[in-house]
Design a protein around this ligand. Sequence first.
Ligand SMILES: Nc1nc2c(c(=O)[nH]1)N[C@H]1C(S)=C(S)[C@@H](COP(=O)(O)OP(=O)(O)OC[C@H]3O[C@@H](n4cnc5c(=O)[nH]c(N)nc54)[C@H](O)[C@@H]3O)O[C@H]1N2
Ligand SMILES: Nc1nc2c(c(=O)[nH]1)N[C@H]1C(S)=C(S)[C@@H](COP(=O)(O)OP(=O)(O)OC[C@H]3O[C@@H](n4cnc5c(=O)[nH]c(N)nc54)[C@H](O)[C@@H]3O)O[C@H]1N2
Ligand code: SF4
Ligand SMILES: [Mo]
Length: 873
Amino acid sequence: MTIQTPRPAIRTTCPYCGVGCGILATPDGAGGLAVAGDPAHPANGGRLCVKGSALGETLGLKGRLLAPRIGGQEAGWDQALDLVARRFSDTVAEHGPGAVAMYVSGQLLTEDYYAANKLMKGFIGSANIDTNSRLCMASSVAGHCRAFGSDTVPGLYEDLEAADCVVLVGSNLAWCHPVLYQRLAAARETRGTKVVVIDPRRTATCDIADLHLPLAAGSDAALFNLLLAEIHRRGLVTENPENLAEALAAARATQPAATGLPRGAIRQFLDLWCGSTRVVTVYSQGINQSDSGTDKVNAILNCHLATGRIGRPGMGPFSVTGQPNAMGGREVGGLANALACHLDIQNPAHRDAVRGFWNAPRMASAPGLKAVDMFRAVEDGRIKALWIICTNPAATMPEADRVARAIAGCDFVVVSDIMARTDTARLAHVLLPATGWGEKNGTVTNSERRISRQRRSLAPAGQARDDWRIIADVAGRMGWGKAFAWTGPAQVFAEHAALSGVAGALGGDFDISVHAGITAAEYDALEPFLWPRSATRRGGRFFGDGRFHTPSGRARMVAVTPRPPQPLGKAHPFRLNTGRVRDHWHTMTRTGLSPRLSRHLAEPFLELHPQDAARLGLAPAALARVTSPHGRAILRVLVTDRAAPGHPFAPIHWTGETAPSSRIDALVGGLVDPVSGQPASKSAPVAIRPFAAAWYGYAVSARTIRPACDYWARATLPGGHQAELAGRTEPQDWTAAARAMLGVGGDPLIFRDPRKGILRMAFVEDGRLSAALFVAREPAALSRSHVAAALGRECRGDILAGRPGADQPDEGATVCACLGVGADAIRRAVAAQGLTTVEAIGKALGAGTSCGSCRPELKSLLGTARARAADPC
Ligand SMILES: Nc1nc2c(c(=O)[nH]1)N[C@H]1C(S)=C(S)[C@@H](COP(=O)(O)OP(=O)(O)OC[C@H]3O[C@@H](n4cnc5c(=O)[nH]c(N)nc54)[C@H](O)[C@@H]3O)O[C@H]1N2
Ligand SMILES: Nc1nc2c(c(=O)[nH]1)N[C@H]1C(S)=C(S)[C@@H](COP(=O)(O)OP(=O)(O)OC[C@H]3O[C@@H](n4cnc5c(=O)[nH]c(N)nc54)[C@H](O)[C@@H]3O)O[C@H]1N2
Ligand code: SF4
Ligand SMILES: [Mo]
């Protein structure tokens, strides 16, 4: 008998959103990890949302890139690194440093990010390094710099708990920052915090809203100008920032009609905000991703600056960051217009300081190209060598088809990723395998400036190497070995900390110089901490003392003249809003592997207001063809009044790998905010019409499904895969087509009703269901959860009925992904047992008792049940 010694849990940090939850990861000894919330981490105190809890399901070797590849063929590391270094060196020698570029990511660890930025800005000598944070945080950065003289997030998470009023603008906190949302919801329960949600769409976050303002798209600056004017009218201006008079004049010129909101609703908002000294305004992509994003940010900051409601307990503007290390990326100067440690690339003294510190041979002297411009330069051949790290621009950049073509046409493209197949990886000349979460060591900074360790607990997959090391190895081969001679991430961190001391001495906000001499052992033991941390400064809030990082030390207000978003023309009369779903992360390279995370929303969709749907002749579950001047997509229609009329919503997660006809960024244009260069990803002019499918289908298979039809969307199931399908023409031989698509052989059980266009097939191997296909002329009406659950089980012919017998009630669409509880089961329990609270549902079915991510939806199911009871028609 072998006695297993229990393995100690490793304290690490979640790789998904910017909340930055602490995780206890316990290796199971078989290459996997058991994951639990870290009760000692200040961000989450032990909580995790469903994405964090399901991390263990995403760690296998499936789909991983296990070795370098050159031209699609496996290659050795030396060969690959030599090639990358040579091509980059040759391109610089021949065409100058401006002919190469790096496009990196807020999901890199700080150490990786620091290395990339140092190589590009200090050694290659060009600032052509930009990051996906351009699509995410750039407007916040620009707004902060205009107002504060530095890119500083003033407040802390606990301010949301200490506030009397929390305003969430353009933030679907319930789905995108779930643990912070849970902290807010808990505080609201105990202290009655008033919550205002400002979003054209009625999101899950609205379930805790005392007031929801479905404002006209892009009209946030007008709303906050109205607030500023009201602040002044009520005599609440207590401070004297620069440009106060100009900002007030612009605010007073703003008309309420610009917001599209009823006056009563605006009044309620003004009363709540003005009446609560302790007020936090949280904002996210509904603000940033706009062609007036920076102005929107400043319109919000103006209100906090005028009232001094900033940097004090329970008060302040709060830009919640999306990616786990969006903040770290800003700290290392990952944006093309920034310099390391929050220094300014346009400031000669700052450049000199960094040059001196790095002993840099060729310091970039001007800002580089921002993401949209960078890919234009790739397109027109100005950039001839491109290295993309930890991001998937062929799917997530606006004008994604054009960006994909630009990458495909570039002379030399390197992609570092953990996965072998992504829309971007497919276009690379050289693919470099990176270690993923759980396999690497480093730090990340969350939205409240807290730096936490990610710790390694698993062996690297195959030959994968850490991103910082790959970058350092290329730098070494380009001739700069001495400056990149780190032996581990602790040394990179120490160097970054030392440089932050130089920045701090120049008056910068970001200073963690107490760690300049950190040893590997101390780094291993590093506890989560808030920056700054220097000999004289330690964590806490910024600006409560009224001192800012501007030359005068005063805050700067910005006179904002609200601009409506790009007008809609006749050809494209709808404004497409885009964003996220609860259980998926961006292009799903990791969350897509988890059956649990794929249960909640398994298909791309278009939330369409009932009036629009009726006008367009689109029934629920029909497919719509969405077109824009830039591309096209096919999406399943979800008819709902959560979307405003004329303003449908679609999630961004599906790609060439999962639903090639539903890539949302193919539709979005490259219009950017003039100050920040951030794209207006939330308001793409589109046209919508029915997609005329001759047939619709649903398939499951134990093997990978490889459809070949006009529309398909596949997802992971516990025992295999599923796919939604549709086509304009039917295959001649359905059985042959099904075998090829579902990866199975043999003769299926078949049910056919040619008159109704119904065809159902079940493939059985060793008495168990190995695959099934359901085809109909209408969107396939069957119980997907029933069919999915039958996969791999003993198969009786009755699976062809497509729904359970009367003795087995259907679960319906999954609501609680952790415990696998469906909407129909919840509705039945609510009705039969007279349940009235989320807690009661939890007791009865378990739903909502694990990570709590589904609690807003449970609440909304209770609401519909109550409405039904009140109105039995
Ligand atoms: N589940 C999940 N969580 C995530 C991510 C994920 O992929 N999945 N990604 C992470 C990342 S990187 C980010 S950046 C964050 C994003 O987090 P959020 O910004 O909260 O999420 P989004 O869904 O992009 O957009 C937020 C809301 O903006 C609204 N909006 C659109 N236009 C306007 C407008 O003009 N005004 C206002 N006020 N609102 C508008 C949309 O309707 C949407 O509900 O989420 C992070 N968390
Ligand atoms: N229309 C529209 N477009 C949007 C948005 C929107 O709201 N609407 N949101 C924008 C925003 S806010 C964001 S942040 C972007 C996100 O867009 P992306 O960053 O392009 O999306 P991800 O899927 O997160 O891509 C991360 C890639 O890195 C890989 N990866 C994971 N871990 C590692 C690692 O440790 N090392 C390396 N080298 N690779 C790794 C993953 O497999 C994946 O391929 O999308 C933007 N695009
Ligand atoms: S809220 Fe969820 S996704 Fe975000 S860090 Fe915490 S566990 Fe991870
Ligand atoms: Mo983001």
